[in-house]
Design a protein around this ligand. Structure first.
Ligand SMILES: C[S@@+](CC[C@H](N)C(=O)[O-])C[C@H]1O[C@@H](n2cnc3c(N)ncnc32)[C@H](O)[C@@H]1O
Length: 321
């Protein structure tokens, strides 16, 4: 139950759906939770499968500290890697020990909005930072105060699908000529002032898309997702499964196309006259359509409303790593 354990901010989304697709064949197998967060999903798996080993990865050391405390009772069944998931799977530190299951629950956690203190939420007045990993050099402050207007508009449009990207970028540039934009509160105010009245009073807060775009840009989220999938698939055991929960269409599109590629019978370039790859799919998509939360989950946990889970199973005979 939320908050019952320690001071946990985040409900794991699509719990039952994740369980029904990511069932370990061998109950003493290995799950890699590539986005550990506060350890909600990891905790459920450790509880349900008493012989399962779990490896948790997260780029954010502060949230990982919460998971470390929460999951300490599971001793050496739970291991922690503080790194970006694309780096983890590229440099794969577990050698011959390969996962039966891999879970990605993308984006950020309620923890980040409520307790992150790094400017993830426009509902708070905090310094503009938005870095998950402290080692990143460019913050949201740097982008907002230094990037050229066109580049800002491009970020808002590409990573936020913001229809008023140009107006918002222009308003930011005008405002920063007066004084640096230091806080989320000030940025949200500039955005509100830049968009038409009907957008200000709509269902979505007018700063939602711009904030999402800045966060994605600061953390290189889409590039990391594009970069991780092939590596994660190659370390997965034959017969193993990858489940990915996306929260917006930009992420979901990347996942959908990667999964389709793996399920395609032939992957030869179209200009080749005959098939040389053997024409056998490498994996099967288990979720024809993305799995969405039911009404009850959305009622209990509104942030789950945009979650969509897709699951891929690697073929038993597929092993090229
Ligand atoms: C939605 S939360 C995961 C919540 C978790 N499943 C739970 O139930 O508590 C996503 C987590 O992934 C982390 N994260 C996002 N992108 C990452 C990346 N590229 N590499 C590593 N961690 C990442 C964030 O710091 C955040 O803690």
């Amino acid at each position: 139950m939320r908050g019952a354990f320690m001071d946990i901010a985040h409900y794991p989304v699509l719990k039952e759906e994740v369980f029904s697709y990511l069932r370990p064949k061998d109950e003493s197998g290995l799950l890699i939770d590539a986005t550990l967060g506060e350890g909600g999903h990891a905790h459920m798996f450790l509880e349900r499968y008493p012989a399962l080993q779990v490896v948790g990865v997260d780029a954010d050391n502060r949230i990982m500290q919460v998971a470390r405390e929460r999951l300490a009772p599971y001793g050496n069944r739970m291991r922690f890697f503080h790194t970006w998931f694309n780096v983890f799977f590229r440099d794969y530190p577990l050698g011959d020990e390969r996962p039966d299951l891999i879970l990605f629950d993308l984006g950020i956690s309620v923890f980040h909005y409520e307790k992150g203190e790094r400017g993830f939420s426009f509902r708070k007045d905090e310094n503009l930072d938005m870095r998950l990993g402290e080692e990143l050099e460019i913050t949201a402050f740097d982008m907002v105060n230094e990037y050229p207007e066109e580049e800002l508009a491009d970020i808002f449009f590409r990573f936020g699908e913001e229809g008023y990207s140009r107006r918002i970028a222009a308003a930011i540039v005008r405002a920063r000529e007066e004084a640096p934009i230091l806080t989320t509160g000030r940025l949200a105010e500039i955005i509100r002032g830049a968009v038409p009245m009907k957008y200000r009073t709509g269902r979505l807060h007018p700063a939602t898309r711009t904030f999402q775009a800045l966060r994605i840009a600061v953390n290189g989220e889409l590039a990391r997702l594009e970069g991780v999938l092939e590596h994660a698939f190659s370390v997965l055991k034959p017969g193993g499964r990858i489940g990915i929960i996306a929260f917006h269409s930009l992420e979901d599109r990347i996942v959908k196309w990667f999964f389709r590629e793996k399920q395609k019978p032939c992957t030869c370039p179209p200009e080749w006259p005959i098939c040389k790859c053997g024409g056998i799919p490498k994996a099967d998509i288990l979720t024809k359509k993305p799995v969405r939360p039911g009404e009850e989950e959305v009622r209990l946990n509104p942030p789950s409303r945009s979650a969509r889970l897709r699951v891929l199973e690697k073929r038993e005979d597929e092993d090229f790593s």
